[in-house]
Design a protein around this ligand. Structure first.
Ligand SMILES: Nc1nc2c(ncn2[C@@H]2O[C@H](COP(=O)(O)OP(=O)(O)OP(=O)(O)O)[C@@H](O)[C@H]2O)c(=O)[nH]1
Ligand SMILES: [Mg+2]
Length: 425
């Protein structure tokens, strides 16, 4: 059902086992989205399978393997309402093998809750997720310092973890002073919907109150339409139905659209959201739409749909500003990792290292460096190994950010600051 409340896409991120799924389950419970008897059912079932305490996590973790291993593998979308917003929440996996699923989740989010277990503090995927959120354009972050029950609600430990997190936030460009840090227990329900007596020293908002302080995302409706394709279906009686989220602009019925880099054209016949037909789709809307003139095999995930008179830009080469998170040795010309940008995953070659920058000030430290390594920021020239759509971050930030991955880990992240476009017709 359509809601009167503004819509927010929320990602829940953080290191493995820090309580993300439990937190989402708890939020669904406290907002009345999931009734108590369902949780009770999960509690009994989980206990009988030796997985006691996973009852809230199971609201999110539906896959058999997820439940057996007690971890999240794929991203799952759920909906819940607060006083002010209706949220689509994406519970991201913390396991390092599933960071690519976390990237997909984070790239659809307007805001994130970072869950950090008070006992562990800042861990490897805490860093990686914070870094990725920033580069994927999540500007609003709320921090839940979780499992406070496991450390007897100790204020000193809370402050310690908060300090470490502040250093991390500062480093990647979030403002710690503008960020809410909340002591929580997802399992016990501490400071989620009610202030807890266990933390009399804490004067800030509960998690649900904090969620209502988020700012509604701007809807870039005056920009040209950009809708990265997530999937393409062929539905009998209807035809080809690509699905994806509108990033910028508006899609209207009757519109002539182009898919790039497939370089195919068609006309939008109908648009559907949550199984209801709608006349137009706005930024943030996840839609399926039927296009006349396009076959299922003509387009695929990673293509971007835009107006035929202002089609998405296909890059022959592009200039990127990147920050290297971790690389076992050094990045040199010729290196060809995979770039994750909107819904595409494309191998791209570093063809030129132009400048090394000071990551804090952005000032040039070295012209034409021979290599760059972990912790460096740089401006580089990149050539995709096959055609891909990317946009200048100044014009269309939603399509201009990317993560760079290689051998199962995130090497770097960055944004496109210049494009040599390929002539498509
Ligand atoms: N004591 C305590 N345990 C918690 C709390 N929150 C979660 N847990 C426990 O931590 C374990 C992992 O919880 P999950 O919610 O699955 O963690 P996750 O962050 O979703 O893990 P991944 O999705 O695999 O990254 C489970 O045993 C939970 O019961 C909490 O606030 N306090
Ligand atoms: Mg989980």
């Amino acid at each position: 059902m359509a809601s009167e409340k503004p819509h927010m896409n929320l990602a829940v991120i953080g290191h493995i086992d820090h309580g993300k799924s439990t937190m989402v389950g708890r939020l669904m419970f406290e907002t009345g989205t999931v009734p108590a008897h369902i949780i009770e059912g999960y509690r009994k079932e989980a206990e009988s399978k030796g997985k006691g305490s996973f009852e809230f996590a199971w609201v999110m973790d539906n896959l058999k393997e997820e439940r057996e291993r007690g971890i999240t593998i794929d991203i799952a979308h759920k909906r819940f309402d607060t006083a002010k917003f209706y949220f689509t929440v994406v519970d991201c996996p913390g396991h390092r093998d599933f960071v690519k699923n976390m990237i997909t989740g984070a790239s659809q989010a307007d805001a994130a809750i970072l869950v950090v277990a008070a006992s562990d503090g800042v861990m490897e995927q805490t860093r990686e997720h914070v870094f990725l959120s920033r580069t994927l354009g999540i500007n609003q972050l709320i921090i839940a310092i979780n499992k406070m029950d496991a450390i007897k609600y100790d204020e000193k430990r809370f402050e310690e973890v908060k300090k470490d997190l502040s250093t991390l936030l500062q480093m990647v460009g979030y403002k710690p002073a503008d960020t809410l840090f909340i002591p929580t227990s997802a399992l016990a329900g501490t400071n989620i919907s009610k202030k807890s007596e266990e933390t009399p020293w804490y004067k800030g908002p509960t998690l649900l109150e904090a969620l209502d302080t988020l700012k509604e995302p701007e809807k870039p409706i005056d920009k040209p339409l950009r809708l990265p394709i997530q999937d393409v279906y062929s539905i009998s009686g209807i035809g080809t139905v690509p699905v994806g989220r509108v990033e910028t602009g508006v899609m209207k019925k009757g519109m002539k659209v182009s898919f790039m880099p497939a370089n195919k054209e068609g006309e939008v016949k109908s648009i559907e959201m949550h199984h209801e037909e709608i006349p137009e789709a706005m930024p943030g809307d996840n839609v399926g739409f039927n296009v006349r003139g396009i076959g299922k095999g003509d387009i695929r995930r990673g293509d971007v749909c835009g107006p035929s008179d202002a089609p998405p830009t296909v890059a022959d080469e592009f200039t990127a500003q990147i920050v290297v998170l971790q690389h076992p040795s050094a990045i040199t010309v010729g290196y060809t990792p995979v770039f994750h940008c909107h819904t595409t995953q494309t191998a791209c070659t570093f063809v030129e290292l132009q400048k090394k920058l000071d990551p804090r000030t952005g000032q040039t430290k070295e012209e034409n460096p021979t290599f760059i390594k972990s912790g460096d920021a740089a401006i580089v020239q990149v050539k995709p190994t096959k055609p891909m759509v990317i946009e200048n971050v100044k014009e269309l930030p939603q399509l201009g950010r990317f993560a760079i991955r290689d051998m199962g880990s995130t090497i770097a992240a960055g944004m496109c600051i210049g494009i040599q476009a390929k002539q498509m017709r």
